[in-house]
Design a protein around this ligand. Structure first.
Ligand code: NAD
Length: 357
């Protein structure tokens, strides 16, 4: 039976880049059924919730979700449950998408676009594995309150050993398919959760003796990422540290428009896992609707979908090579060029990738 993929383009540049990525997905896998659903501001505008029931049931019967991005300035300041971003919050929570994989690659020819010296980022290829459903973003109590006339606020950082173990296993497994080098990032000199984190990662490491595992404190990791980024292969860390470090790693490439991500859950088996695949960037309201956004992140997210949810490594690698060749041939979208007349549009860049498949 044909696999169904839920395609949720969302808002802003989401539809432009997601349609480009879905076309490439359908090109390499004509057997896959891509079914579109509403999520984000585009759903709210129709008087529905950010994640309508129909979209949720589409996701329920799909092998994976190809997601664009959600968010619109009109909703700034509203409570989370009334904002477009609530769609993503619900999907991550309800499908328990605990493992966020963010590959960071600098394609040959793009070294000069990085804010670091070209020699430092040449050939850069690392993955940040971020725990996505635990830690300080979800722990309770989490509130603002007034005690004895003084305002205060509390967030709670909590991790249970099984939560650390499952993300550690994802990272060790991934490291095994790469250079067999894992860096676990924590703050064990201060935080109890980090001491638990390090203990569990070390215990899991006993099952992966072929993978070398080092531990870095988060402040040092932040420094080393810009000092010698080439040192890293797979980095695993908890939710908040991962949020910050993965954005830091993202700027190494020079454009957020090149960075894909996968969020994997508990459903399925390795290679056939249910997951949500999306660009790291947002809806980019400043360039939306002009066919100038870089579709690379969305196209590479589709490649990750093939690899992790459809067990199709061959086509995933094929797409990644086509993107690499497209950059090597000099194709560039607007954010990379000074003279706008030389830039390729979203659709022209996607066509250039498709032509190399
Ligand atoms: P953003 O990532 O949308 O934009 C930041 C900058 O990067 C902008 O200058 C934008 O033009 C540029 N950019 C982003 N993607 C690009 C691409 N593919 N090609 C070329 N340039 C690109 O971040 P923001 O401005 O902070 O957020 C805008 C909206 O997106 C907000 O409503 C925010 O909540 C939402 N958002 C959604 C997600 C998501 O859906 N996962 C993630 C981040 C932000």
């Amino acid at each position: 039976m044909a696999e169904t993929i839920a395609v949720l383009p969302g808002d802003g540049i989401g539809p432009e880049v997601t349609h480009a990525a879905a076309a490439i997905l359908r090109f390499v896998r004509p057997d896959v059924r891509c079914v579109e659903g509403l999520a984000g501001a585009v759903a709210l505008e129709r008087g529905l919730g950010a994640l309508p029931d129909e979209t949720r049931s589409l996701c329920d019967r799909s092998a994976a979700i190809l997601f664009g991005s959600v968010g619109h300035p009109d909703y700034d300041g509203k409570p989370l449950s009334e904002r477009p971003e609530f769609a993503l919050f619900l999907l991550r929570r309800d499908y328990e998408l605990f493992a966020n994989l963010r590959p960071v690659r600098v394609f040959p020819g793009l070294e000069d676009e990085s804010t670091l010296k070209p020699d430092l980022v040449r050939g850069l290829d690392l993955v940040v594995v971020r725990e996505l459903t635990g830690g300080i973003y979800y722990g309770t109590p989490k509130e603002q309150r007034c005690i004895d006339g003084v305002d205060e606020a509390v967030d709670t950082m909590i991790y249970r050993a099984p939560e650390v173990e499952r993300i550690a296993r994802v990272a060790f497994e991934l490291a095994r398919t790469r250079k067999k080098r894992l860096t676990s990032v924590d703050k064990q000199n201060i935080l109890e959760t980090s001491r638990l984190w390090r203990r569990v990662v070390e215990r899991v490491g006993l099952d992966y003796r072929d993978v070398s595992c080092e531990h870095l404190l988060v402040d040092n990791a932040a420094m080393q990422l810009v000092r010698r980024p080439g040192h890293f292969d797979v980095i695993v860390t908890e939710n908040m540290f991962g949020d910050i470090l993965s954005d830091e790693a993202a700027i190494l490439t020079g454009s957020i428009g090149t960075l894909p991500s996968a969020s994997l859950g508990t459903r399925g088996t390795p290679g056939k896992q249910f997951g949500l695949y999306e660009p790291v960037g947002g809806t980019a309201p400043d360039i939306a609707g002009r066919n100038v956004a870089n579709p690379t992140a969305a196209i590479l997210s589709a490649a990750m979908l093939l690899r992790h949810s459809l067990a199709d490594d061959a086509n995933a690698t094929r797409i990644e090579r086509a993107v690499e060749e497209t950059y090597a041939a000099g194709a560039r979208t607007a954010e990379f060029v000074h003279d706008a007349s030389t830039a390729l549009s979203t659709t022209a860049f996607a066509d250039a990738v498709a032509a190399r498949l």
